[in-house]
Ligand binder design. Structure first.
Ligand SMILES: [Zn+2]
Length: 300
């Protein structure tokens, strides 16, 4: 629509906007027809009827309390189900003793098998990359170590197998010990096999949420400069100071809305501080608290 700005514009503008928002799934642009002196392009103002980023198109639904709970599927990070952690195969657990050679069992998950398959697989890789299986792992070229752990990429390797009954060859890229463990961990139906593989896993912060346990939509909502998980990571003492000053970062209207809940939060933080729990963080797992700590928290 093209509109001349006048005092009696009223419904015409509102109607046009409504139609535009319906047609575009919630985003409308107003473009000024006149160029100001120093402008090369007319000024544009973007309006959105949803909680949306006009640049990336990132939208979130109505903000509700359950969005901020990692115990609720609505708020939990989908990658880690709200745990904030993820398991990964740790190369240091796969090669626990770098002084061992491959022949002596350097590749721990493959060293206990009685099947000749794993030995012959490693021998074939050694032959392809021309390294020795009898020197300590630490002395192998970086490229050889990478190929064993993470695979040969596009390099096609000729695998020679002999199971005692027949010998055969197989040409294909090598998957890598670590991708192989990951795949078997995902695919196996056996609890025993899974447990065996978990011996080589270590735990780290979830990649998707950086350990914050909530999905991106929840972490995009900030009060002052922090999202809810960052506030929860503060110690009681730091949180006390942060909440004491947060009203300065809010508008008058926001302060009116937040007033009562801020009062309550501040009172509890003051109390926890006064009973000597200033070192705890709000995100601390309740199972890791001492008896005395739990007692004092229940009083708050
Ligand atoms: Zn996560």
């Amino acid at each position: 629509d093209r509109i001349v700005v006048r005092d009696d514009l009223g419904n015409r503008l509102a109607d046009s906007f409504e139609i535009a928002l319906q047609l575009t799934d919630g985003i409308a642009v107003a473009e000024f027809a006149d160029l100001k002196d120093d402008e090369k392009e007319p000024e544009r103002i973007v309006f959105s009827s949803r909680f949306a980023c006009p640049v990336s198109g990132f939208t979130i639904d109505e903000i509700e309390p359950r969005l901020f709970s990692f115990n609720n599927p609505f708020g939990a990070c989908p990658s880690c189900d709200g745990l904030g952690t993820q398991y990964f195969i740790d190369p240091d657990l796969v090669i626990p003793d770098q002084g061992l050679s491959i022949r002596k069992g350097a590749v721990a998950p493959w060293s206990k098998s009685t099947s000749p398959y794993y030995t012959q697989t490693l021998d074939s890789i050694a032959k392809h990359y021309k390294f020795s299986v009898t020197v300590p792992w630490s002395e192998l070229p970086k490229k050889a170590q990478e190929a064993v752990l993470y695979g040969s990429g596009d390099d096609v390797i000729t695998f020679s197998y002999d199971d005692g009954l027949r010998s055969y060859k197989n040409k294909k890229p090598f998957e890598g010990v670590i991708p192989n463990l990951n795949r078997r961990w995902r695919e196996t139906d056996s609890a025993w096999a899974r447990e065996e593989i978990e011996k080589f896993q270590d735990v780290t912060d979830c990649e998707a949420c950086s350990g914050f346990r909530l999905k991106p939509e929840a972490l995009a909502v900030k009060v002052g400069d922090k999202h809810v998980s960052q506030v929860a990571q503060l110690s009681i003492k730091e949180a006390d100071a942060w909440f004491a000053n947060i009203d300065k970062q809010l508008t008058k209207k926001q302060n009116e809305i937040a007033g009562r809940v801020l009062k309550e939060i501040r009172e509890r933080l003051h109390f926890l501080n006064n009973v000597g729990l200033d070192y705890l963080s709000l995100s601390r797992n309740s199972g890791t608290l001492s008896g005395g700590e739990s007692q004092r928290i229940r009083l708050a």
